[in-house]
Design a protein around this ligand. Sequence first.
Ligand SMILES: [Zn+2]
Ligand SMILES: [Zn+2]
Length: 263
Amino acid sequence: MQTDIHTHTTYSDGSDLDAMITAAEQAGLSALGLTDHCIVTEDDFGRRARYDLVETYQQRREDIRAARDTTELRLYDAAEVSYVEGTESRIASFLDTADFAYTIGSVHFADQYNYTSETQYGTASATQRRRAVERYYDAVVALIESELFDVVGHLDLPERIPVLRRHTTRADYDRVARALADSKTVPEVNAGRVHSSLGRVHPDPAVLDLFTEYGIQFVLGSDSHTPAELSQRVPQLRAVTGTLDRYPVSDVLGDNQRHRDFE
Ligand SMILES: [Zn+2]
Ligand SMILES: [Zn+2]
């Protein structure tokens, strides 16, 4: 593993850029993707957390440029963009302007559902939970079909939420794999919850066969928000993808690179 494609800095909910760079150097990486949350359309995530990369990306770009003089690491000026169905043209026009090295598209919310917290599912029946999860995969498939993004983030995100866990079916994964097979978008192996109750990467290694059947390759993202997370998760990603030799990992966004100027 040379590249961690998914990390956050103080331009969203992460840590100081220099500290993330130091951690990446110590982890033996040669490239680091800076993918702060980018909310083009006001979804609940934007309102709640006030991620404002849409306004600050140029300032971050200056910081990244300055940081390049201090490190051998290749730094990617990238973004994790919240995908909201129905707002594709607004997202497209912003991404055209911002011209990031690459983008990760992520579903964090869909309709009334929040996939970043379990508070709303406390009293939900199994049927209601399943409906929430199904809605998530509808949105992920739409995200992939939109062709707006280079990478699809944490593709089985509802598994992070204990009350929604195991409501994802093999058919859901199959639906996502089929959409990916027809798309330029590649999935990531995401280590955002390897040390939490989920205890594994996204997507579930148990369903990898579904993806390999379609010839799909993955890129690797730690989804770190702190240097300590990066230090712990990069070795975990190496271990998971190294021991599973059927993990088809590609170092930087596979053959599907649409991003131009990676520097
Ligand atoms: Zn995310
Ligand atoms: Zn993230």
